[in-house]
Design a protein around this ligand. Structure first.
Ligand code: AMP
Length: 219
């Protein structure tokens, strides 16, 4: 299986779709946000630095994300393909990622854009709730994606939490950064002929089916 990269604005559903692909194709789901969140819990200078940047909605320094990602992608489970969610996020990271792939004897694979408007994202951000233990994602502002019982995960019964960067101020920062730094990557990958655009304002199932159709064509 080829590698898959998701590019999308915050809360577009990269994590949800990556988890579906992980299950369907037995591919590891590598989220740089999750890797950084884990690191941010450490009581170290690096942990404190990451926590501060993430809470404000800024981007963590390229050297930090690069090292953490290289370490993760060098692990054995990534050798037969993976789903990458949250990287690259700017053109420098895209160039570095090309180098990393050479070092790892890997290729780019598919780049999938989840296309969705700002006002829908704003609604999603304030309603997003995540399971502390299995990472399942819900939305209390959506009829089809809210948990059956408030604050409790349908899948494993653990408590749900709200990310501390899921607020309007942080969202605006993250969204503007997306427009300024990440969106230009689309041209970079379009020119390489590997960019696929999927409408992100659809049901989770429809989006997953549209992604599957793209992957089937390329298999
Ligand atoms: P995400 O879970 O993808 O929404 O990422 C959450 C936060 O982690 C972002 O707002 C950034 O602060 C940080 N982050 C994730 N991926 C990267 C990256 N590739 N480069 C820099 N910062 C990142």
């Amino acid at each position: 299986m080829k590698n898959i990269i998701f590019i999308a604005p915050p809360a577009a559903g990269k994590g949800t779709q990556s988890a579906i692909l992980e299950k369907k194709y037995h591919l590891p789901h590598i989220s740089t946000g999750d890797v950084l969140r884990k690191e941010s819990l450490e009581d170290t200078e690096l942990g404190r630095y990451i926590r501060e940047v993430m809470t404000s909605g800024g981007l963590v320094k390229d050297e930090v994300t690069y090292d953490l990602l290289l370490k993760r992608l060098s692990e054995k489970d990534c050798q037969n393909g993976y789903v990458l969610d949250g990287y690259p996020r700017n053109i420098e990271q895209a160039y570095k990622y090309d180098e990393m792939l050479k070092e790892l004897h890997q290729t780019l694979g598919y780049v999938i854009l989840l296309d969705i408007s700002e006002d829908i994202l704003e609604k999603r951000i304030t309603g997003r709730r995540i399971c502390k233990s299995c990472n399942a994602v819900y939305n209390i502002n959506s009829e089809t994606e809210s948990p059956k019982e408030e604050s409790i995960c349908d899948k494993c019964g653990s408590r749900l939490y709200q990310r501390n960067d899921d607020n309007i101020t942080s969202f605006k920062n993250r969204y503007n950064l997306y427009l300024e730094k990440t969106k230009p990557l689309l041209d970079y990958y379009r020119k390489k002929g590997i960019l696929y655009v999927v409408n992100g304002d659809d049901t989770v199932i429809n989006i997953a089916n549209n992604i599957e159709a793209i992957l089937k064509k390329g298999m």
